[in-house]
Design a protein around this ligand. Structure first.
Ligand SMILES: NC(=O)c1ccc[n+]([C@@H]2O[C@H](COP(=O)([O-])OP(=O)(O)OC[C@H]3O[C@@H](n4cnc5c(N)ncnc54)[C@H](O)[C@@H]3O)[C@@H](O)[C@H]2O)c1
Length: 348
């Protein structure tokens, strides 16, 4: 085997709810890499993660980075530690995939991007929804113009209260997923946003969030997110002149409801004619190949590092998602819409 084909050396920092998934996927679903080491300050999390695996366990992430010569590191510790651990991993010579949100504050995010630049290593962010087969298929179909003009995009992300997340509220924890997907699918930048939040159960942060984003191309984005619903719903709806798409992230389903007037217009008035009415049409479930989004994400990260390609998710996009989430919190606090230049300047 030539040098170039040797497996990359992968490690995971943070072995909690999400970190355990990174451990399993690196170990079992990424042919380009070997999981060689994992770290968590909690020794019981380390023994649970290494049981039945060849990876070495560490209770000190700094020591793991110094001893294991890692090429790839997943940072899956709480969000408030992303900056410190990411900078340490980059300085130790590893490329890093840090979980979303990139950091708790903009200043931390900037420090991470700067550390990646200085180290010459790759930094990417785990915006996992971009790797969901339903979203990939929807992106392909929107790019092909299947919906015609897009009018509205709407995200529903409801679920139970995660007692373990203490460092950030529901907006910074979850909205970056949907804000990133909106920008990824719509291909336009926000010009105005407004939010309402409530804190009903959480002791320190908001746990209910409704937000509206107006995009430069006229698309209206609607966010409905909370930690107060006793069942999980993860849906994305995109409405355009030819119909509506509904993507279900959990089931990895993509369903199309046609505007039957679009078909009428096509037949009777020609392809370029304006659609003037909306009428119920056929519903179609699009075929797609289901795959675990985290496996797609980590494989694309490993391949990008191996091939020297661009990061699968540009940290600049993750910074924008964090920035807009923080502006949502600010909008709710102040009771006013954020517009124009405020969307780029803004609170850290
Ligand atoms: N992409 C997704 O869908 C998704 C889902 C869940 C969580 N996340 C993200 O993953 C991160 C972790 O979330 P979680 O739900 O797994 O949290 P968690 O609390 O279950 O796990 C965090 C782990 O980090 C460990 N830890 C704390 N300090 C450490 C340190 N200095 N060094 C090493 N380990 C340390 C803790 O002991 C714990 O085991 C968060 O940033 C969260 O936003 C992403």
């Amino acid at each position: 085997m030539s040098m170039a084909q040797q497996p990359l050396r992968a490690g995971v920092i943070g072995l909690g709810m999400m970190g355990r998934n990174h451990v399993r996927v690196w170990d079992e679903s990424v042919p380009e890499a070997d999981l060689v080491a994992v770290a968590d300050t909690d020794a019981s999390a380390v023994s649970a993660a290494t049981a039945g695996r060849r990876a070495r366990g560490h209770t000190d992430a700094g020591r793991m980075l110094a001893e294991e010569a890692l090429d790839l590191v997943s940072i899956v510790a709480p969000t408030s530690l992303h900056c410190e651990l990411t900078v340490a991993a980059l300085e130790a010579g590893a490329s890093v995939l840090v979980e979303k949100p990139i950091a708790a504050t903009r200043d931390e995010g900037h420090r991470m991007v700067e550390a990646a630049r200085a180290s010459g290593r790759m930094l990417t962010v785990g915006h996992i929804e971009r790797f969901n087969p339903a979203i990939r298929e929807l992106k392909r179909r929107l790019a092909a113009g299947e919906l015609g003009r897009v009018f509205q995009i709407s995200a529903t992300r409801l679920g139970p209260f995660p007692a373990r997340i203490r460092d950030v509220g529901v907006v910074v924890d979850l909205a970056p997923h949907d804000i990133d997907v909106f920008r990824y699918l719509i291909g336009s930048e926000p010009i105005r946003l407004y939010a309402e939040t409530e804190q009903r159960i959480h002791t320190e942060h908001e746990d209910l969030f409704n937000g509206i984003i107006k995009f430069a191309n006229g698309v209206v984005g609607v966010l409905n997110i909370n930690w107060l619903t006793p069942t999980k719903r993860r849906l994305l709806t995109v409405t355009g002149e030819r119909g509506m798409y509904i993507a279900d992230y959990i089931a990895q389903d993509l369903v199309f409801h046609a505007n039957s007037d679009a078909a009428e217009t096509w037949i009777n008035r020609g392809a370029g004619a304006a659609i003037t009415t909306v009428a119920e049409g056929e519903m179609t479930r699009r075929a797609l190949r289901r795959e675990e989004p985290l496996a797609v994400e980590l494989r694309e990260f490993a391949r990008a590092v191996r091939e020297g390609g661009p990061p699968p998710v540009d940290p600049a996009d993750a910074m924008i998602a964090l920035q807009l989430a923080r502006l949502m919190v600010e909008s709710a606090r102040s009771g006013r819409a954020m517009v124009g230049e405020e969307l780029l300047g803004a609170p850290s």
